[in-house]
Design a protein around this ligand. Structure first.
Ligand code: SDX
Length: 430
């Protein structure tokens, strides 16, 4: 008997089945041969939220949730945060290898020379209500970009995919900055291609009457590292959405608008905004014990804590905590930090959290930095979407070039009514 198999006995029939094991998984389609009657549909697996279902094979990002490990194409996130920059990491995620100097120079040139958006996109963004949420503006504008680049629908052409990938990575900081300026009632600032990717983003956010904007190097570097940390995270909700929409061969703009919609949710990328609102609601360190009790009474979640994969400290949260100290040197310490540190101290000692493996995740400390950098809270999830754009696109491209992938179409367990006849209105009971 082969050792790489699962022997399953169906006690309803006494039949035994040998299911091949590859990569420590069984192929769900092999379950279909398990039947009581030959004309049965066959067995399926049931996995709400896909807690234990691999939807793809991937070589992009590896997470070891028990050991708190995160690697992009094999490189530890700690080393990339320390030694790389966002555009280099974007190249790595998309191509699988770190670029040579000439490859990097061409990549950087391509991205930094596609930062402008069509004037009609600017008009579209100016038409949003004054108080439109920047994340909703971001999603709508990314979706609208499909109308400016209809060739994006040709997803089978590699060079065409590259052009759309460059456009999206290059333009999302512009779209994000425009949404911020719109929410502040300020004129939009056009890109300055002399600046770095992140420096230009700060320029489009903050430039006022000065002829040439010069970003603060500490803030520019801190934001670039935050972008590295948020770039990809294997099959999270937003990325899974990108893959599902992309599996129908929709264009990347439409797929990414959907991915951004998933990220917007408070259980996902929207958590960074919720963390700040939670800290503001707590207001003072003396209120932390009562708040924690409310969490333990199931009255609320401790936002920024817990993770589907990490059952240990999110390595990104550890790095972000260190960045906070550098940023606060420039901006002044965020007074909410003490409340966040007290929440973490108590949670890491309290069995309610420890027994559920609830540790700070990427969203717990990032908002403190963004607020100290004077970003409005409503911008926080947009600051997540900008860097995650490359993760979504790298995973989308991997899905399209994977011969095993098909259009995503899950099955269901039907528990509704059996067949019944239509009842005319005048014969229906009260
Ligand atoms: C991101 O997937 C990714 O990789 C996402 C992400 C990325 O980079 O893309 O890492 C980014 O989305 C980080 C997560 C940000 N979300 C939050 O901080 C929101 C608060 N966290 C929770 O909503 C929750 O922890 C999730 C959604 C993150 C994970 O939920 P799971 O895996 O479905 O776990 P669960 O809800 O089944 O919780 C298990 C237990 C439950 O208690 P019991 O019913 O078993 O007694 O833990 C409890 C939950 O009630 N629990 C929490 C909690 N998170 C889980 N209790 C209080 N506060 C929390 N935050």
């Amino acid at each position: 008997m082969s050792t790489d198999t699962l022997t399953v006995t169906d006690n309803r029939t006494g039949r035994t089945y040998e299911l091949p094991i590859t990569y420590d998984t069984i192929n769900a389609m092999d379950l279909r041969k398990i039947k009581v009657n030959d004309d049965d549909f066959g067995m399926m697996s049931y996995d709400p939220g896909f807690k234990n279902t691999a939807s793809t094979k991937s070589t992009i990002t590896e997470i070891d949730g028990d050991r708190g490990i995160l690697r992009y194409r094999g490189y530890p996130i700690e080393q990339l945060a320390e030694q790389s920059n966002y555009l280099e990491v974007a190249y790595l995620l998309l191509n699988g290898e770190l670029p040579t100097q000439s490859e990097y120079d061409l990549w950087e040139y391509d991205v930094l020379h596609h930062t402008f958006v069509h004037e009609n996109i600017k008009s579209l963004m100016e038409s949003f209500r004054y108080d439109a949420h920047p994340m909703a503006m971001f999603m709508a504008t990314v979706s609208a970009m499909a109308t400016f680049y209809p060739e994006g629908r040709d997803i089978d052409d590699a060079f065409n995919r590259y052009k759309q990938i460059v456009r999206l990575i290059a333009k999302v900081p512009t779209v994000a900055a425009f949404s911020y300026r719109h929410s502040r009632g300020l004129p939009f600032v056009y890109p300055d291609n002399d600046l770095s990717y992140t420096g230009n983003f700060l320029n489009m956010l903050d430039k006022m009457t000065q002829v040439k904007y010069t970003p603060d190097p500490v803030l520019e570097r801190a934001l670039d590292v935050l972008f590295i940390l948020h770039a990809d995270h294997e099959q999270n909700c937003g990325t899974a959405t990108m893959r599902v929409i992309g599996s129908s061969h929709a264009d990347p703009y439409s797929a990414m608008a959907g991915a951004a919609g998933a990220l917007y949710g408070p259980l996902h990328g929207g958590a960074n905004e919720k963390v700040l609102r939670m800290l503001l609601e707590i207001g003072d360190i003396k209120n932390v014990p009562d708040f924690i009790q409310g969490v333990k009474n199931r009255e609320r979640l401790l936002m920024g804590f817990g993770h589907r994969v990490y059952k240990n400290y999110d390595p990104r949260a550890r790095i972000i905590k260190n960045i906070a100290d550098e940023v606060f040197e420039v901006t002044g310490k965020n007074p909410l930090l003490d409340i966040a540190l007290e929440l973490e101290r108590i949670a890491l000692e309290d069995d309610f959290f420890v027994s559920r493996n609830l540790y700070p995740n990427v969203d717990f400390y990032s908002g403190l930095i963004y607020q100290a950098m004077r970003f409005p809270i409503a911008m926080f999830t947009v600051l997540f979407a900008i860097p995650r754009t490359v993760g979504w696109l790298a995973q989308w491209q991997e899905m399209l070039t994977d011969p095993e992938q098909k259009i995503a179409r899950p099955r269901q367990i039907y528990l509704g009514e059996g067949a019944r006849d239509y009842v005319p209105m005048n014969e229906r009971e009260g």
